[in-house]
Design a protein around this ligand. Sequence first.
Ligand SMILES: Cc1cc2nc3c(=O)[nH]c(=O)nc-3n(C[C@H](O)[C@H](O)[C@H](O)COP(=O)(O)OP(=O)(O)OC[C@H]3O[C@@H](n4cnc5c(N)ncnc54)[C@H](O)[C@@H]3O)c2cc1C
Ligand code: SF4
Length: 310
Amino acid sequence: MIEFPTTYDDLDVPAGAVVRSGGTDLQERLRSHNASPTIVDLTGIEGYAVIDLDGQRVRIGAGTPMATVARDLATSHPALAIATGSLATPQVRATGSIGGNLTQHTRCWYYRHPETDCFKSGGDSCPARSGRHLYGVAFDRSDCVHPHPSTIAMALRCYDATINLADGSTRSLDEVLGDGTDATRDHQLGPGEVIASVEIADGWPDERGAYFRSISRFEAEWPLVEAVVRARFDGDTVTHCALAIGGVATVPLRMSAVEPTLVGSVLDDATIATAAATCTDGANPLPETGYKIDLIAATVTETLERLRNR
Ligand SMILES: Cc1cc2nc3c(=O)[nH]c(=O)nc-3n(C[C@H](O)[C@H](O)[C@H](O)COP(=O)(O)OP(=O)(O)OC[C@H]3O[C@@H](n4cnc5c(N)ncnc54)[C@H](O)[C@@H]3O)c2cc1C
Ligand code: SF4
């Protein structure tokens, strides 16, 4: 019998147990036998689902529902808010949390199949690489070839995000996500490590943001490719910019090399085309994911046009 915690001081995650926030990913993995049935529910912890806007940085409790993030940060952090408000379905966004989103597991159909083993479920091979990988990566940099599932991790790549753990320590987002080469894990938190909150800097004055996903159906699906951008303008000219793409690698990718093309521009069609094409530099798709090259360029183009037209 596990006592559910009400403060982080009470929190004890026994060896072999998993934590639950909204349960929208964990519940499905319990069905496919990819999660321990010993669960510590975090939802009653004081402050776990609270957004604190009063400090120097914005602190988002890890249990905050995604719908709340999308609503409360719409003005100050529009890129994060639009991306968060566009994923999954209203029901999932109302239940699922920002902490659970960052630590959800891959959607690879081999991993989710109860009778298939792979690197991510304790096996020693990747059946997707030798088998079907239509929704796989376009930047092949790991023994695992399925993209990172988190839209919010992609958006947070554009912010100076840090992750506060329940033991009082702080990690950078990069440390939590890793560089994507570890085929055995979707994030680098150790067993029993729990996210208490996510911190980001205040938004830029008059910040604008845009997001677009290319998806195989209208909603209730992970994107084939997604892109997010945040920017500040002086008149029509971009003065600050951060761009990231997802659905293409085992971690979401910040497009730092592309941002200088956008800063100082008025986002004319030629600049957008150059930036979109540059986002595919270094891509090395799998046999079934070559289509993602054109899709990356098209998705980034649409995202930047939305930014220009806001
Ligand atoms: C139809 C559908 C479409 C979706 N589309 C998208 C999409 O496009 N983009 C996207 O990003 N997501 C998508 N999702 C996934 C959804 O966003 C996640 O299921 C949700 O964010 C998980 O949050 P949760 O609170 O329910 O996590 P839970 O299910 O409770 O937990 C998920 C994982 O995180 C761990 N965990 C939970 N909280 C913490 C914590 N505080 N610290 C450490 N570990 C923790 C759990 O142990 C578990 O392994 C989709 C889901 C569905 C059902
Ligand atoms: S792509 Fe990753 S999750 Fe899918 S089978 Fe290969 S190792 Fe497992």
